[in-house]
Each structure stands twice: as structure tokens, then as C-alpha cells.
Design a protein around this ligand. Structure first.
Ligand code: ZN
Length: 168
């Protein structure tokens, strides 16, 4: 798999999700800045984006414990806490839903799916191999943009699409 950063194609029509879900993700991103936030979105066939689950980003803890293995801290990468994502997944299943997307933020950097993000999402141990990826760019303490990167079977990820709130 090529691991070039996947950019957002602004020519493509945006993807829409409920304003409430987008607001909750944005709030999480602003709450954790200057560190990256991370979490999950669950849904079903009828509504792909019904609920979000905040997960703890343990990249800084890992970086402090094993700087050789984890050269970046939570400002530059995310590692989802295992207990948090297991609990979220169980809650989703109990509601008849499944995890449909993983979100995380980039603080002061670009709205792309980075090479590191793709390695993480495509790693054999990654728990949600079918989930799309949502990236939120935070700059100067505000949300500068959000994009959805959908799985492209056999080819990693499709070009990103801007994310917008569904009209009320
Ligand atoms: Zn990232």
C-alpha cells in the first residue's frame, strides 16, 4: 500500500452528517487541543452517523514511557485507549449499531490523512478495518475544517471530502 498523505479533493461534493454529531466532534477537538483528540462514531444502515464516543489519546503516555518506540507525543499523533474503544464498540453493538467512523484531530497541521494515520488505520491490529476516517483541523483554537476519508477497497482510502452539517 502506498502511504502518501491523502488530500481533500475540494471539487468533490461534500459529505453531510447531522449537525449535532459534527458539533460534538468539534467540541472534543477543541477540548483536547493542543493534543489530538480521537474517538468513534456509530450508526446503522438507516443513519450512518448516530452517536459519538470520546476515546482517550494515550500517545503522550506512551511517548513518555517509550520514546524510542513512540517518538511523537499526543500533539502529533493519536493512539486510542483500548478500554475506551472496546467499551464504545460494545455499546454500539448493544444498540444494534456498529462503528462506522474513527475521528481524530490535527492541531496546527493540515487537513489530510497522513501516512502515519493510514499506517495506523490499515494495521492488522486496528480494531475497525472498515471504518471511514474523519479528520478535523484545529488552528488558533478554532476548527479550520473537517474531512471524511472513505475506505477504497483494495486501495487504502479515497480522496477526502469536506464534511458539512446536514441542513436543519
Ligand atoms: Zn492524523
Amino acid at each position: 500500500m502506498s502511504c502518501q498523505p491523502v488530500a481533500v479533493d475540494r471539487e468533490l461534493p461534500p459529505r453531510r452528517m447531522p449537525a449535532r454529531i459534527l458539533d460534538e466532534i468539534f467540541r472534543h477537538a477543541l477540548d483536547t487541543g493542543p493534543e489530538e483528540c480521537c474517538g468513534l462514531v456509530s450508526g446503522d444502515e438507516e443513519q450512518r452517523y448516530r452517536r459519538i464516543y470520546r476515546c482517550r489519546n494515550e500517545a503522550t503516555a506512551r511517548h513518555l514511557a517509550e520514546p524510542d518506540v513512540y517518538p511523537r507525543d499526543g500533539r502529533r499523533m493519536f493512539v486510542m485507549n483500548e478500554l475506551d474503544y472496546q467499551r464504545a464498540s460494545e455499546e454500539a453493538v448493544a444498540r444494534g449499531e456498529r462503528i462506522t467512523a474513527v475521528y481524530h484531530s490535527h492541531v496546527g497541521s493540515d487537513l489530510v490523512l497522513s501516512a502515519l494515520d493510514q499506517e495506523y488505520a490499515c494495521h492488522p491490529a486496528f480494531p475497525f478495518p472498515d471504518a471511514d476516517q474523519i479528520v478535523i483541523a484545529v488552528r488558533d483554537g478554532r476548527v479550520a475544517g473537517a474531512a471524511l476519508f472513505e475506505r477504497d477497497p483494495g486501495a487504502g482510502f479515497a480522496p477526502g471530502r469536506r464534511l458539512e452539517a446536514e441542513p436543519a
